[in-house]
Design a protein around this ligand. Structure first.
Ligand SMILES: Cc1cc2nc3c(=O)[nH]c(=O)nc-3n(C[C@H](O)[C@H](O)[C@H](O)COP(=O)(O)O)c2cc1C
Length: 349
């Protein structure tokens, strides 16, 4: 394994811990990963959900919590690399980006939409930015736009494949037939299409592959395809350091292959989650929204089948029967609680 160089910053180990909302990756998990030489990512999705003012002022509370968790993570991992994952679909996305920059985030990774305006929002801050892409087409759109509008390019690219957790950039039909996607080929095409921009801007654009990375063989496989590193999320949930409740972690350990399902989230995107009473309930009936938590653009509280913020907060707090438990496709392979250090010891070669 070679260190991951992103411009003037360098991670000793080319492993990024994927951002996990709501509340699954905050300062504890991210700092533990950064201490091991990887890059720890805090998810900004409703990051302030357990702060006293959250019920009244979600966005302001989240902006405060972004600064709090970045500061804590940096204190807990001196010299380590800490970043944030900010979904483009977040309401008032630009304020979240600014708050993270002001708090001194080293990295911003943005998906769930095309982060077209990201270069403009981070201007003047020494932060490295990466779009999350799932296809060559989306990669080309973003790189062309950034080139044309801002005369810049990505500092790195995260490719998120169909085996990842959380919201996914694929249709339900594609996710039902993952093998037919021939995704290795897509990865190679994405890696090939960034080369023009590397030449134009005379800098390298490292590519990180995410989705279903479980062991050393998976890492070696994507490095052979031309990747520079990996992003891993699901495995980090069953660690002592993960910020979710014990019940959440136990649900991961109990999950069997047949429990892993694709759900359509209220915002219309598919996501992967563990089948539980909540998922069965929303299949049968709509759960009316009593209160809007101002999370995502394009969600209409009057029509949404359920409130995704409420469902994710219930899950992270351990109320699993009323919660949505996002997970990656390999969650059934997890057998024991571990630590971030042990995962690094196992994966690094
Ligand atoms: C519980 C959970 C929550 C996630 N939340 C987010 C999120 O808020 N934003 C995002 O861009 N990706 C999210 N992801 C995706 C991860 O960051 C990561 O890219 C992906 O899960 C990697 O695949 P793996 O879980 O198989 O390792 C989430 C994944 C999980 C498992």
């Amino acid at each position: 394994m070679k260190p991951l160089k992103i411009g003037n910053i360098e991670a000793r180990i080319p492993i990024i811990q994927g951002g996990m909302g709501v509340g699954v990756s905050r300062h504890r998990l991210a700092s533990a990963v950064a201490r091991e030489g990887g890059i720890g990512i805090i998810s900004t999705a409703q990051i302030g959900y357990d702060e006293p003012d959250f019920d009244k002022h979600q966005i302001e509370t989240n902006l405060y919590a972004i600064k709090k968790h970045i500061t804590l993570a940096k204190e807990e991992a001196p010299g380590g690399i800490i970043g944030v994952n900010i979904m483009v679909a977040t309401k008032q996305y630009d304020r979240y980006v600014k708050a993270a920059c002001e708090a001194g985030t080293d990295v911003i990774i943005s998906g769930a939409g095309l982060p077209i305006t990201l270069p403009e929002l981070v201007q003047g801050y020494p932060v490295k930015i990466a779009p999350i892409v799932s296809s060559e087409k989306a990669t080309l759109v973003i790189l062309k736009m950034w080139d044309k509008k801002y005369k810049t390019t990505a500092d790195f690219i995260v490719i998120e494949g169909p085996r990842a957790g959380g919201h996914l950039g694929f249709s339900k039909e594609q996710l039902d037939h993952i093998e037919e996607l021939n995704y290795d080929n897509e990865i190679k095409q994405i890696i090939a299409c960034k080369k023009v921009y590397e030449e134009k801007y005379q800098r390298s654009i490292p590519v990180i592959v995410a989705g279903g990375i479980f062991d050393q063989d998976d890492i070696k496989h994507v490095l052979e395809l031309g990747a520079d590193g990996v992003q891993i999320a699901t495995r980090f949930v069953v660690t002592k350091e993960c910020d979710a409740s014990e019940e959440y972690k136990q649900a991961y350990l109990n999950a069997k292959k047949e429990d892993i399902k694709i759900v359509i989230s209220p915002v219309g995107m598919p996501g992967r989650a563990i089948l539980n009473p909540f998922m069965n309930k929303v299949k049968e009936e709509r759960i009316a929204v009593k209160k809007c938590f101002n999370c995502l653009e394009h969600c209409n509280p009057k029509e949404t089948p359920y409130c995704i913020t409420k469902a994710l907060i219930n899950a992270v707090n351990g109320d699993l029967d009323n919660g949505l438990i996002f997970c990656g496709d390999n969650v059934d392979r997890l057998t024991e609680m571990t630590t971030v250090k042990d995962i690094f010891t196992e994966l690094v070669f």
